[in-house]
Design a protein around this ligand. Structure first.
Ligand code: GLN
Length: 488
């Protein structure tokens, strides 16, 4: 077995026992990327020399006994919106094509001090706006299960890299589903942590009240290990807090779910969901029952407000966050500009792609004086109701089970040609960000055309432990996460 085919914990085990080094692990990933990335286009920046230098620093830390983490030496692919010092961080946008951050994001600092190796930047939808990884300045990423399909988005490069064994583990970000949805499309496992569980310092903001960084890996235990490396309070992010620590052994050893009460929101299975997706999630519910859990239906009628609420809040925050890209402080500056106004106008017009511009316009519209109350304020009220409905569910249940997306991966080009349908595809994921909850996406089946189907386990705030344990128990009882695409 090649190193790049191993799980993160298997790789770390071999590094710990000195069977292999951090440098060999990185070399293995480099080999895989060289063989396959021309096809899948998972990476937006891949600097071999820099990666090897990172791996040598990691090995030095390990040799000095200063990298006391379960994942020491493991290479990690990092989404291109997380700042890495000395390494381009572009958000897959022309406007940041040459942005070389002078600092590391807090999660990067954490993974470096854990002895892990930053191993390339992975492709994404521009500024994390999208569900397909087609809006990247660097071209679309392809789904390793079928290169005519999208990998999902916006962390499509991260999920596809894990599925194609072009990375061992990866970091993505999730504002409205961007970790979970590509995991579901690519047949891998990913965690959107509770809002505040992981520092956002150094994550280039899309919608600050919704964004979270989280891990994408081959199984729930790997994801749990990576989450424990990156979580915790950070002085530099006032919204971060120390959440409940858990022992990885407890997660690994959970084999049954006796005493757990799970609910399935019945409104998730209405019009619009593919039959095969609904069936796979219902079968997963049966598996969870066979592990000892009680599964019941629960009504969450507010799901119909999820999409408008999310897109109003996300675009409002995005237009404000993206106002800093003006052609002066960072990145691209239009060579055609002859006055200050021109610098702003032309740099932004030429630097941002269509989808980003659309959202900036929508955001400015919902915040404008005549429409603020009708849209933005109303969305905030709907947010309050959504939070309340989850609180009610959690009074009775330990966690919720639902689909991640209504369908399997779309064909390339399909989403962009029908943006409204693409936005509606976020229906099951965005409410979780609005309510700030943790959610674990993991594979639970395959469609008749052999595309992965995912489900999500939605937990109480800061109770990542319960959903990770349940995910691990489910994966001990099933083998969907072990299926691999045919990469030949
Ligand atoms: N698809 C959603 C959007 O385009 C979610 C993106 C994300 O989570 N970053 O806004």
């Amino acid at each position: 077995m090649e190193i790049y085919e191993m799980t993160a914990l298997e790789t770390a085990e071999k590094i710990k026992s000195k069977e292999i080094s951090a440098v060999e692990a990185a070399e293995s990933v480099i080999k895989s990327v060289k063989e396959k990335d021309e096809i899948y286009n998972c990476y937006s920046h891949f600097d071999e020399e820099l990666i090897l230098e990172n791996a040598r620093s990691a090995q030095k830390l390990i040799d000095g006994g200063n990298a006391d983490s379960m994942l020491a030496g493991v290479p990690v692919a990092v989404k291109d919106n997380i700042c890495t010092k000395g390494e381009i961080t572009s958000c897959a946008s022309k406007i940041l094509y040459n942005f070389n951050p002078p600092y590391d994001a807090s999660v990067i600092k954490k993974l470096k001090s854990a002895g892990m190796t930053v191993c390339g930047k992975v492709n994404m939808d521009e500024f994390a706006m999208g569900s397909t990884t087609e809006t990247s300045f660097y071209g679309a990423t392809k789904n390793p299960w079928n290169i005519e399909r999208v990998p999902g988005g916006s962390s499509g490069g991260a999920a596809a890299s894990v599925a194609a064994c072009e990375s061992i583990i990866a970091l993505g970000s999730d504002t409205g589903g961007s970790i979970r949805q590509p995991c579901s499309f690519c047949g891998v496992t990913g965690l959107k942590p509770t809002y505040g569980a992981v520092s956002r310092y150094g994550l280039i903001a899309y919608a600050s009240s919704l964004d979270q960084i989280g891990p994408i890996g081959k199984n729930a235990v790997d994801v749990a290990a990576m989450f424990s490396v990156i979580c915790g309070k950070d002085e530099k992010d006032a919204t971060s807090i120390n959440s409940n620590p858990f022992s990885l052994e407890d997660i690994k050893n959970t084999k049954e779910l006796k005493g757990k009460k799970i609910c399935i929101p019945s409104d998730y299975f209405g019009k619009g969901i593919d039959f095969e997706v609904a069936e796979s999630v219902k079968k997963a519910a049966d598996t969870l029952k066979s592990l000892g859990a009680v599964v019941e239906e629960f009504s969450m009628p507010l799901v119909k407000y999820a999409i408008p609420t999310y897109y109003i809040i996300a675009c409002a925050e995005a237009c404000s966050n993206l106002s800093r890209f003006d052609g002066i402080k960072y990145g691209y500056k239009s060579p055609q500009a002859s006055s200050l106004r021109d610098v702003y106008f032309k740099s932004r017009s030429e630097g941002f792609g269509m989808e980003v511009k659309k959202r900036i316009m929508l955001g400015n519209f919902v915040l404008s004086s005549g429409y603020f109350d009708a849209y933005y304020n109303k969305a905030l009220k709907a947010k309050g109701l959504i939070v309340k409905s989850f609180n009610e569910a959690f009074e009775k249940y330990d966690f919720l089970l639902g689909p991640v997306t209504p369908s399997t991966a779309l064909k390339i080009g399909e989403g962009l040609s029908d943006p409204l349908a693409m936005y509606l595809g976020d229906i099951y994921t965005v409410m979780i960000n609005i309510a700030g909850l943790p959610s674990l996406a993991l594979p639970c089946g395959f469609s008749s055309d052999n595309m992965p189907i995912g489900m999500q386990l939605i937990g109480k705030p800061f109770d990542e432990k319960t959903i990770l344990s349940a995910g691990s128990a489910y994966q001990s009882a099933t083998d969907f996460h072990l299926k691999k695409p045919d990469l030949n």
